[in-house]
Design a protein around this ligand. Sequence first.
Ligand code: ADP
Length: 754
Amino acid sequence: MPSSTSRNLAVLTSGGDAQGMNAAVRSVVRTALDHNLDVYAIYEGYAGMVAGGNYIRKMDWDSVGGILHRGGTMIGTARSEEFRTREGRQKAALNLVQHGIANLVVIGGDGSLTGANLFRQEWKEHLAELVAAGKISQELADQHPNLFITGLVGSIDNDMFGTDMTIGADSALHRITEAIDAIASTAASHQRTFVVKVMGRNCGYLALMGALATGADWVLIPESPPDVDNWEQVLCQRLKAGREAGRRDSIVVLAEGARDRNGNYIGSTYVAEVLEKFLGEEVRVTVLGHVQRGGAPSAFDRNLGTLLGHAAVETILNSTPESEPQLIGMRGNRITHSPLMECVQQTHEVARLIAEHQYEQAMTLRGSSFKEAFQTLRTMLRALPHPPSPGQKRLRLAVLHAGSPAPGMNNAVRAAVRIGLDRGHIMIGVRRGFGGMIEGDLSEMDWMSVNGWAITGGAELGTDRHVPSGSDLYGIARAIENHKLDGLLIIGGFAGYEAAYRLLKERPNFPAFNIPMVCLPASINNNLPGSELSVGADTALNNIVEAVDKIKDTAVALRRCFVVEVMGKRCGYLALMSGLATGAERVYLHEEGITLRDLMTDVENLNRGFSSGKRLGLMIRNEGANDVYTTDFICALLEEEGADLFDVRTSILGHLQEGGNPSPFDRIQATRLATRCIDYLIRQAENNSTDCAFIGLQGKEIKFHDLEDFPRMSDLANQRPKEQWWLQLRRIARVLSQPGPGHTLQPAQPPETS
Ligand code: ADP
């Protein structure tokens, strides 16, 4: 029960629009309905709240149907000068209280959240004044003594404290990455230089991550201006050196708030002019502008909006008049609650530090992973590595893949090779996984051998799924000895982990295996222990979501149920997360199993839905969910039981899930993990340690686990980790996809899945 006496809750989107806002609105509305609240949407942000009337509309289950995949915000957003005035806010208070609304979820940037907080503080005064003016009764005022607010950050800039990611930032990064990939291909054809300007007035997140993801040659961000006054000269020389080293394109990424160390803004045209003069060639400028806000939200933004929206309602229901308003955010896959105004103040603090040229402190406030990404980028974009230090022992470190190809594998190799070379070591690429290693297919990789690998899918080095045994082990030992390897980085899936573990266990028989080894999780299945997200899973999820969006479009005019089969072997991550991102009403997972009774319930639900006006059904089945109740079986069952009410189609998505260019997240994640892995191998080898590990993201941290723990942390029979954090999201998926029993669909509603 809410501590607020009001059973009415409203949601609004305010400030700049961002992809994923619709998912948040849908989630707020449906979660509130699930708690039996009356829920309203306030159209056009604070402007609608001030105007009232038709701008405040009651929502039902279906009013937020069919919007998950849409960019922007279906309830509109606006800037409102009137809301900045006390009179404006009093009008807004009148409109809310007349609707009995005293619970508010605000989705916007720091401006919108500041406004919300001020409004909340003034609430009592507004109501007293409205009573005094005879506009509302004392009784009505007494029923709504407090305004409860919760804030979600919708902003493509990722510029807010209290959350790792703001709603919209990942989609904007998708747009930027797609654009720079496209520019890079034309730039490389003509050996051209491009300056690409991206959004971010006080925050270099999009520029930095966009550059890291695409392999751009230079980046200019507000938090860390070039550290020399003659930066123009340094930039020109660096690009020239890059060309001489063999790069065919040069791309400079510039955040709109970039400045020099004296605080002067750096414009894209200025950079282009400087480069033209020095390089003696035409330099093109691309200002990405509103493209970054556009397009369908990424899978991540849909799920982020959904999870945050759900938490916002639950937080409001648990707040008391004394509790501070909260900002709901996400840190390392976990929902977080932070005092709203503290987050706003910290956000303003970074802007202040930048304005006062205190860049070091501004970078510190951005957090350690931002700083680390900037450091890594500075290495990756060098024209050539630093030469080895005099007298340094040059280690020989090998990189190979094992398991199925996963998008992002190339980024991991690229980072490993460049970081290793820059630290003064010799990097060796193994072709075709352990199979290639046994055949001696190893060779040294230089700086330019990984040029252009930042954007490609698949695995340039090649891979195989074979877990070595028997005589294979001799071949591997021979390769390690012949090439005098000091360490091994295995980038791959379950087969890679099993192989590494086997080598570890065979050390008594094969002394050559006494070198440090580290496994980097790369598998679309996201089924590796010690790692909440493996490289490749985000790309696969986006591939699935895009495909399902298209499949749903084909059913617009028909009463049809789709059963979509997705990959994952016996790990349901892709099924559950794609179900959450597409609004599937049922997800079949191996972790839960399938019983005949479940299937009968599904049939009944579908029959009930379709007979009361439903036009589209969507069920997502993990490929390994059940050996007997196969996708064909479920399809046949639904077809038979649905009779004339609806027809059923199967869609087995297959290998398209593994293909395509890696998503920005996978590229960045691969780069971060590979950098850490190479440093791990160097540390072990230099300390004469033969420890072995597997790396992964856990919560907010990147951690190493002892390879000895691999069997303990894994469900070996089902090839997945024993602990899977995402299973806890099943409840939310269920709440949002199935209306409560009292709900009846209106036949006139537009087609919607659930
Ligand atoms: P964002 O929320 O994306 O930062 P703005 O700063 O433009 O975008 O804020 C959006 C709206 O929030 C403004 O048009 C105004 O109505 C309201 N707002 C912003 N700052 C305040 C404030 N200090 N006091 C009252 N309302 C504000």
